[in-house]
Design a protein around this ligand. Structure first.
Ligand SMILES: Nc1ncnc2c1ncn2[C@@H]1O[C@H](COP(=O)(O)OP(=O)(O)O)[C@@H](O)[C@H]1O
Ligand SMILES: [Mg+2]
Length: 255
């Protein structure tokens, strides 16, 4: 039996009473997996993971983390419960140094453990050590995402939940972010990833869901989903080739 870390069942959530944005979404993340959530703009991907993280009111359904019911647990308790959420924007303190950003993320660690844990983050992300005195707002976009991820990882979460970490980055930094996520998974961290960048996300993902109108419409192995011409055509903005392999509507091949 697989080891389920995060189980979202039939979740309904929204910003106003009676106006659900997430409409019965179910998602499972097993230990050690990267699970990707794709879907068109406005499908409710951000709302779904924000609801999971306690940031959007839930009106139905359950969220279990390691078997424990965390449905509607307040956002500020999530880190202690083992869920670390990296929002799409404003995920670092721009005026604080890199090191202070890491320090203030250590809230649930024992004080005497903190210097060594920051050292471990620097070992994993040498760019951050080189820029430890730099204000986070002066980092490159890619390094800022690296800092946001390091801040989430520093407390050893059971699951790392990320909202479009590659959004707005130049291609070089997009590649860096996906390589970083692969490396984090190799170190044993379980990841739930919302992405617009379907090709890159499916390349590092194990399984993926396609969310449409607040509901999971398709689920499958990441590699299969990329090659599913219906999914490609309808939801990923890609055109299928005659051999059934999806190609990007721009240049390049999906292989
Ligand atoms: N803070 C908010 N208040 C009210 N409606 C919102 C808010 N954030 C998002 N929505 C609405 O929820 C729907 C889904 O948005 P979102 O979850 O951001 O989708 P996605 O991340 O898939 O692009 C959209 O119609 C959007 O307008
Ligand atoms: Mg979004």
């Amino acid at each position: 039996m697989s080891d389920v870390v995060l189980a979202v069942h039939d979740l309904e959530a929204g910003y106003e009473p009676g106006v659900p944005i997430v409409r019965g979404a179910s998602i499972t993340v097993n230990k050690g997996e990267i699970v990707v959530v794709l879907g068109p703009n406005g499908a409710g991907k951000s709302s779904l993971i924000k609801a999971v993280a306690g940031l959007v009111p839930i009106s139905r359904g359950t969220v279990l983390l390691d078997g424990r019911d965390i449905t509607s647990a307040p956002a500020h308790t999530m880190v202690r419960l083992g869920l670390a959420f990296v929002p799409q924007t404003e995920n670092v303190f721009a005026l604080m140094s890199v090191e202070d950003n890491l320090k203030v993320a250590c809230g649930i660690l024992k004080p005497r453990e903190i210097p060594a844990r920051i050292g471990e983050m620097y070992a994993a992300f040498p760019d951050l050590e080189r820029q430890r005195k730099t204000a986070a707002g002066n980092l490159s976009g890619g390094q800022r995402q690296m800092l946001a991820v390091a801040r989430a990882l520093i407390v050893r979460p059971k699951v790392l939940v990320l909202d479009e970490p590659s959004a707005g980055l130049s291609p070089k930094f997009v590649a860096m972010v996906f390589e970083m996520l692969s490396a984090i998974r190799r170190s044993g961290v379980t990841i739930l990833l919302v992405e617009q960048n379907a090709k890159a996300a499916l390349a590092i993902g194990d399984r993926a869901y396609v969310l449409v109108e607040g509901k999971d419409r398709h689920e499958g192995a990441a590699a299969e989903l990329w090659n599913d011409p219906v999914v490609a055509e309808l939801y990923l903005g890609q055109r299928p080739k005659s051999d059934g392999k999806a190609i990007s509507s721009g240049k390049g091949s999906a292989a």
